[in-house]
Design a protein around this ligand. Structure first.
Ligand code: FAD
Length: 430
């Protein structure tokens, strides 16, 4: 069997190069340990790039920056590189999403690659962990590569898969909701002049198409009660539909979701092309993956609850801030349960939410951190994932350097390393 030219041992192995995994890898490598980042797809950025959601947020709360560091630096560099401008963060915006930052996904991916190369991260695309075993002091990880299975040792693992796939292989307990939030397939539609469309007439025709079974209510919008095709058409297919009833943590579940999301797009395409002004409709691009909001979280040493989140609970060992409304997408009604935070509240993330219960030397960063469903609906956004990623990378590197486990790294050392790399660490509880 051909072997991939990979090291037989690394300090830190990370699965997933999304908003959490990339800052984790850069932070760990900058702190001087060897890092291998294994990503199943072809590029970094995760949902931000592969699912066409290039709106990282939210880094600022109540007029000041609360999440910074490696993820923010990449986002800011991307805006600068593309000649864009940042929102004015000095005042709370009328709508929370106005403080998200629009980036160009492909350029963001290239900047993530560049930053990881500069930091000395070894990146392995088109590969996935297939098995994980504990062998004395190290993890033995078998990767599924293009050349077959290959095993290497790692001192600390970081799960940045969004789906807790690596944690599950390592035997961590997961919290898997029976019903997950709907997913969204992003695309880029062209070939029409929105200003010239009769949206009321198109939405009326959609009601008829739904009654006849040619269209589903959420093929073009989130609202089950009323087809909102105007939103889909004006945004050119961006973050505009809902695909329901999936469990996308597994290959089988993800396959069913991808197939259903493309079926929804095909239904919509066939319907829209019959409408005046849309005869020339083209789907110029579609996201490489259907965007998944929810799959599973780990059962951690600490579970962040909605109550912790909305009260801005202070923690004894915080890693980063979080900021976003509770934002639960639903399969009923208007499709969204959004609850703004009270003025002045800035939630935090404790180290214990990154540490699986009963398993040492493994950290989880990003969307699958330990939290209840409502808290997770807010914690899952990209800025917070970046903050937890950098925190996990720092804990992993310090654990290697100090010869201890991430749970035993002194908080002062964590704070010092994170602040050295630009991150904002919340104050500890009194
Ligand atoms: C439709 C939609 C709209 C959203 N809107 C916003 C928004 O406007 N602003 C915002 O900030 N956030 C938004 N979010 C949330 C946010 O984008 C995600 O929750 C966030 O990207 C999660 O980051 P992550 O790094 O934990 O996981 P992901 O972004 O999912 O990245 C995980 C990475 O791991 C890889 N991976 C997965 N499994 C494996 C495996 N087994 N082995 C190796 N690699 C693996 C994936 O390919 C991916 O690259 C939205 C999400 C969705 C789905």
């Amino acid at each position: 069997m051909n072997r991939e030219p990979l090291p037989s041992q690394v300090d830190v192995l990370i699965a997933g190069a999304g908003p959490a995994g990339v800052p984790a890898a850069i932070q760990a490598a900058r702190a001087g340990v060897s890092v291998l980042l294994v990503e199943k797809s072809a590029m970094p950025g995760g949902t931000a790039t592969a699912a066409r959601i290039p709106f990282p947020g939210i880094f600022h709360a109540w007029g000041k920056q609360v999440i910074a560091g490696i993820g923010w630096d990449l986002v800011e560099r991307c805006v600068r590189e593309c000649g864009g401008t940042l929102p004015d963060f000095s005042q709370p915006p009328a709508r929370h999403w106005q403080h998200q930052v629009a980036i160009q996904g492909p350029i963001f991916a290239a900047l993530c690659d560049e930053a990881m190369q500069q930091a000395g991260v070894q990146v392995l695309y088109h590969a996935m962990p297939a098995a994980v075993e504990r062998d004395g002091d190290v993890w033995q990880v078998t990767l599924c590569t293009k050349s077959g299975l290959q095993t290497l040792n790692a001192r600390i693992l970081i799960d940045g898969t969004g789906d807790a796939n690596l944690a599950a292989l390592a035997g961590c307990k997961l919290r898997v909701p029976e019903h997950t939030q709907p997913a969204t397939l992003g695309c880029l539609s062209e070939g029409y002049d929105f200003a010239k469309l009769d949206i009321a007439a198109i939405e009326e025709a959609a009601v008829q198409a739904i009654a006849e079974g040619r269209l589903q209510p959420t093929d073009a919008g989130w609202d089950r009660n009323r087809p909102r095709l105007g939103g889909w058409l004006s945004s050119h297919g961006n973050n505009a539909n809902h695909i329901h009833g999936h469990q996308a943590r597994t290959s089988v579940g993800k396959s069913a979701l991808e197939i259903e999301s493309r079926a929804a797009l095909l239904r919509l395409f066939r319907f829209l092309r019959t409408q005046p002004g849309l005869e020339g409709l083209r789907i110029q691009a579609v996201a490489a993956e259907c965007g998944v909001r929810e799959t599973a979280t780990i059962v951690g040493r600490v579970t962040i609850t909605a109550e912790d989140y909305v009260t801005g609970r202070r923690w004894a060992d915080p890693v980063c801030h979080a900021f976003y409304p509770i934002d639960l997408h639903t399969s009923t009604g208007s499709g969204l349960d959004c609850r703004q935070l009270q003025p002045g509240i800035v939630p935090g993330v404790p180290r214990g939410a990154l540490l699986p219960l009963g398993v040492e030397n493994l950290l989880v960063a990003g969307r699958c951190l330990s939290s209840d469903r409502l808290a997770n609906s807010a914690l899952r956004v990209q800025a917070t994932c970046m903050g937890t990623g950098q925190g996990a990378g720092a804990l992993a590197a310090l654990a290697c350097r100090l010869g201890t486990s991430p749970s035993a790294v002194p908080h002062a050392a964590l704070r010092a390393l994170l602040e050295q790399h630009g991150a904002i660490v919340p104050p500890v509880s009194g």
